[in-house]
Design a binder for this molecule. Sequence first.
Ligand SMILES: [Zn+2]
Length: 248
Amino acid sequence: MALVNTEAIVLRTYNLAEADRIALCLTRSSGLVRAVAKGARRMKSRFGAALEPFTLIKLAFYEKENRELVAVSSAEIIKSHFNLAAQVETSQVLAYMGELVAEFAPPHEANEKLFRMVAACVEALETSAGRADLVLRYFEVWLLRLAGLFPDVRFCADCGVRLGEGETANLDVEVKPHCQKCSRGPATRLSMETQQMLVATQRLPPAEFAAGFKEISEQSGAQLSELTHRLIVRALERRPRTLVAATQ
Ligand SMILES: [Zn+2]
């Protein structure tokens, strides 16, 4: 058995047997892991509140060969997000993020960019009061992009011409971006705002993104969420269970 020490974000927990809990964690060094915390449901558990959803923790766990579950050795809080988890709206946002990370992150495969992105988005929720939707759009775009499922709207997929300077992308039914000349059949033309938001996700951290676009028009916000949700539903082949009004 190897002991692994890493930072981790608790995505969700569920009960196991009488006193134990399983924590689904996105870890920095090992990607997605399902960790058994023995006795975590007892009143005086040594894990305390460390396994509350979206807490950033220092996690030590034992890995067994050929076993999907790992065993928590210790869990210490680095940063908790109790206030987010305590409010209905942000708790729904966190549940949605948790469901998507659990679906998109391959088990036991480290992804530094994904880990940093999720941690930054949770942090951004703390500072982007009332604009959780913008943090979520950023999160969705990056989750899809890191999975290789998000189109690069800066260029026409056919002729390679640069888009965004006077001309926005036309997305076909396959969500491939085209310039006006190459566009064939039914297509969705991105608004200039939507195009700018998508380009901005590539250079801004999520809190700055949410602050920079807080005056965005309702139509562009709706166009972006329609696009990310279409791609997510296509990737999962179902609607996320946690997609509710607060996460639109
Ligand atoms: Zn073209």
